[in-house]
Ligand binder design. Sequence first.
Ligand code: MRU
Length: 364
Amino acid sequence: MRIGGIYYRSVWMEGDPAVVKVIDQRKLPFVFEVAELHRAEDAVRAIRDMVVRGAPLIGVTAAYGIYLAGLQSSAGSWCKEIRQAADQLVATRPTAVNLKYAVERMLQEVDCGGSREGTLTRLFNLAAGMAEEEVERCRQIGEHGLRIIRELHEKKNHEVRILTHCNAGWLACVDYGTATAPIYLAHDRGIPVHVWVDETRPRNQGARLTAFELKEHGVPHTVITDNAGGHLMQRGEVDLVLVGSDRTTRTGDVANKIGTYLKALAARDNRIPFYVALPSSSIDFQMERGEDIPIEFRDAGEVEYVEGWNEATREPGRIRVVPEGSGVANPGFDVTPARLVTGLITERGICRASEKGIRTLFQK
Ligand code: MRU
């Protein structure tokens, strides 16, 4: 995707094989800054502190983190050091299953009885390969999801008004995005779309990141408060809800950023299609029930303060919005039951949010 006309991915390597680059998403849209990861600890910190976020991106960043762990390890203990890094990376964020999958896949390439160099080459290739895989998955999600937008356009004969939550865009996914991939494609192919962007408290990934992406791409959009979606749906101003997922069970229950469930309820009440766009790396094929998805509880400070651009000082800052001494809770994700989901848009096509539906696309 392009920022100011320059093509970027949200994680990449160039030139130096010992440096991984990422966009520091904590500073967007106010400051565009590239951060460098040199060691596994840098990857751990980047994921934990949300320099990078979004399920596919944290998976790929963790994969590079394992590679960096190997690269920086000492000759006598490289295998142990890689495993330690793997444990630290998996512990950073519990909800997105991509992270666990990525680390497990990388560990399969670690041959403790073989040569360190051989393992390093395989780790590098696999991490780079995973990045490419995620890009290709998102590209295909775009093609499949486009069908839904095109059909709505033909049926309604006006611009397709799409509500999205959080940031399931290219920043979250290396490139294209999940929920945004069909939107970008529709826009590029001349189908008129307008996106309602939920601000997505507490960290405002919608207002800050999705709006930034859409603006850079020239897609018409309007940022709304998290509570406005139901009202707009009742007024007939939403044709489609399209969100991403951090983990979807094999039966189609969808964990996504906190607030998604309420949008699904409102969509159902107003007979509006509610689709979830996700790569197979976000499907937990082992897990049956949405209740079992680990939900990340995040720092109270995210609720107590709002971060933004201070017009007076002309720099980013944060202000308190909760009285000191008030209790605060900050669950990061919720689970939308499969029955509220119209369909899943994956790289292999669109299916029902059910075990049978998922199995039609993913045999094993
Ligand atoms: O806490 P985050 O920002 O890492 O949350 C992840 C998300 O952005 C979303 O929940 C998203 O919709 C799914 S990831 C493509």
